[in-house]
Design a protein around this ligand. Structure first.
Ligand code: ARG
Length: 582
């Protein structure tokens, strides 16, 4: 179903066309939700812009728009008012809102609009590196990327979740050479190991590589063997990847996320082709023996042109080459309509240049195909510095997640002294992980944020627990009335009366609109704020409107049901699990 905003957009655009005999253009209807409900529900800001075009007084333009509105629009509103220099404020009638909410309740999309066209959307996220450092940035990417994928899946798009794992490169040469020395049995597959041991070896190998020239030579030879597909080297590589993969999977299981692994190695067969393609189009400049693409507008600190290097002097390909191959593959093979890369803000320049090179060679036109780097800020520790786990190393990131579960357990044991061990265990897992995700998603994506168990597990304020608590409370009301919800839903409809009911109802109607905004700017904190406000508005309703035993019990129970459904759906898009009791 259409959102109220979209309905206004359409009908006001019609009125503008009629009033001024202008060609039909939806963008002339500049509609937005009102900042404050006492002024109205939706506001039209078109009169000011049109007044310049038409050389008329804006209030007069606003009057003309109003007089050309169709009757249906007028009858939906209890008030249409001109304010300030020429804004038009619309207030919907409780009757109309009630009517739409009853529809929304039975809409499988809960009021979110069906997209005009189903798009193929590639969401690349997580993308850790095999055996190399796994940092909390990868966790952020996983949480945010999973949320974006869930959003587009809910809206009905065809989403491809890709995990661009760093599974190729010179690090394997070092690591395999080192493991031949210290852990030959592991390489042969006779002994098992785990991710953190692997990362320890990686650090040691790196040290040796930097200090020992003879080791360095052997490691480099190993890289060549790997690249030429030597069976023994490939076997070792696969084994190392498998160990890492299992470690990553533990994290994905805890976070309840799914990804399709398509690591850097996948693009290996295409790298040479990509370079040739750039070469053929005359876009390559040789600089110090390396093949480079120079793009307008990119310079280093000294102001010298900064190239994208796609083949090193020794013939090797690199991170940039791989990303060009990946871009090409996603455009031409996956036939994506939208490409999203959820990667930390530190890599912004890299993506800008890769995308610019892709456009320059003519793979796509950025005015037609959306290719977006979705950056995010750092996670900081209590000391305000980049977050590190206690040991100072970044391994065992999983401890960060299980730590939240442990902390949640402690709090729950104190709060719920009568709960059974099993109940506490179940709740702790949901609450701990929800808290980590929500504290991440509720901060503006681009900002750095401070990781704090105490803050994320608070029961008050904009936290996961607060929302879960609101959700549980809504269900509590349903339980308290002993009503059979199926009967209630069959026999009653929402009929808004009290002002706090209207406030809640209007907010519920806005769910689709928020998702619309969210799908454009990809800021999850928008949805978090929406749900937080929903909880607060529900609490206002709960304070002012009695449900049990009143004449309005039926209607109000249905309103509770819709609130619960939207809350659950909103949380699900964020990747948060709900609980039925707390
Ligand atoms: N593996 C990289 C890292 O950990 C992130 C990959 C980002 N994605 C990409 N297409 N380059 O820094």
């Amino acid at each position: 179903m259409e959102t109220p905003l979209a309905t206004f957009q359409r009908t006001v655009a019609d009125a503008i066309q009629r009033a001024f005999s202008l060609p039909r253009d939806e963008s002339t209807a500049d509609m937005a939700p009102c900042a404050q409900e006492e002024f109205g529900h939706y506001q039209c800001n078109s009169a000011l812009r049109l007044s310049k075009l038409l050389k008329k007084n804006p209030r007069q333009v606003a009057e003309q728009i109003i007089s050309h509105l169709d009757d249906a629009t007028k009858s939906r509103c209890s008030k249409i008012e001109i304010a300030g220099p020429g804004f038009i404020n619309f207030t919907l009638t409780p009757r109309h809102l009630s009517f739409e909410l009853n529809h929304q309740l039975n809409d499988p999309r809960l009021g979110a609009m069906k997209p005009l066209k189903k798009q193929k959307i590639v969401v690349e996220f997580s993308s850790p590196n095999i055996a190399k450092e796994l940092h909390v940035g990868h966790i952020r990417s996983t949480i945010i990327g999973d949320c974006l994928a869930r959003l587009f899946e809910f809206l009905g798009h065809d989403v491809l979740r890709l995990n661009h794992i760093g599974d190729w490169g010179t690090q394997f040469g070092m690591l395999i050479t080192y493991m031949r020395e210290v852990a030959p049995e592991v390489l042969k597959g006779h002994e098992k190991t785990d991710l953190s041991t692997l990362m320890g070896w990686y650090r040691a190998a790196k040290k040796k590589f930097d200090e020992d020239p003879e080791f360095k030579k052997r490691a480099q030879r190993q890289v060549v063997e790997l690249q030429s597909g030597n069976a023994e080297a490939m076997h070792a590589w696969k084994l190392i990847c498998d160990v890492s993969r299992r470690g990553f999977q533990d994290i994905y299981d805890l976070l309840d996320t799914k990804t399709t692994e398509r690591g850097e190695s996948f693009y290996n067969p295409y790298l040479a082709e990509v370079v040739t393609e750039f070469d053929k189009k005359g876009l390559i400049t040789i600089s110090d023996g390396a093949k480079c693409i120079f793009l307008e507008g990119y310079a280093n600190r000294e102001g010298e042109p900064l190239p994208l290097m796609i083949q090193k002097a020794d013939g090797g390909f690199n991170y940039d080459t791989t990303d060009l191959a990946a871009l090409r593959h996603r455009i031409f093979v996956e036939k994506a309509d939208r490409l999203i890369y959820v990667v930390d803000a530190g890599q912004s320049l890299h993506f800008q240049m890769v995308f610019a090179a892709g456009e320059k060679i003519g793979w796509y036109d950025s005015s037609k195909l959306k290719v977006e780097h979705v950056p995010f800020g750092l996670v900081l520790g209590a000391d305000g510095k980049k977050f590190k786990t206690r040991s100072g190393e970044t391994e065992k990131l999983i401890d960060l997640l299980t730590g939240a579960v442990d902390k949640a357990r402690e709090i729950l044991i104190e709060r719920l002294p009568t709960a059974s061990v099993e109940e506490i265990e179940e709740l702790a897992k949901v609450i701990g992980i929800d808290a980590v995700k929500y504290s991440d998603l509720s901060t503006h994506r681009i900002k750095d944020y401070t990781f704090s168990y105490d803050r994320m597990l608070k029961f008050e304020g904009n936290t996961a627990v607060f929302l879960l608590y609101a959700y549980v409370r809504i269900n509590g009301i349903k339980r308290k009335t002993h009503a059979n919800m199926d009967h209630v839903l069959a026999q009653h409809q929402i009929d808004l009366n009290h002002p706090t009911e209207v406030t809640l109802g209007l907010h519920l109607r806005r769910f689709g609109e928020i998702l619309e905004y969210f799908s454009r700017d990809l800021l999850p904190n928008r949805l978090c704020e929406y749900l937080y406000e929903l909880a607060e508005k529900f609490n206002g309703f709960f304070r002012d409107c009695r449900v049990e035993g009143t004449q309005e019990e039926g209607s109000r129970l249905v309103l509770c049901e819709l609130t619960a459904r939207i809350m659950r759906q909103g949380l699900e898009i964020l990747g948060l699990e709900t609980v039925e009791r707390l």
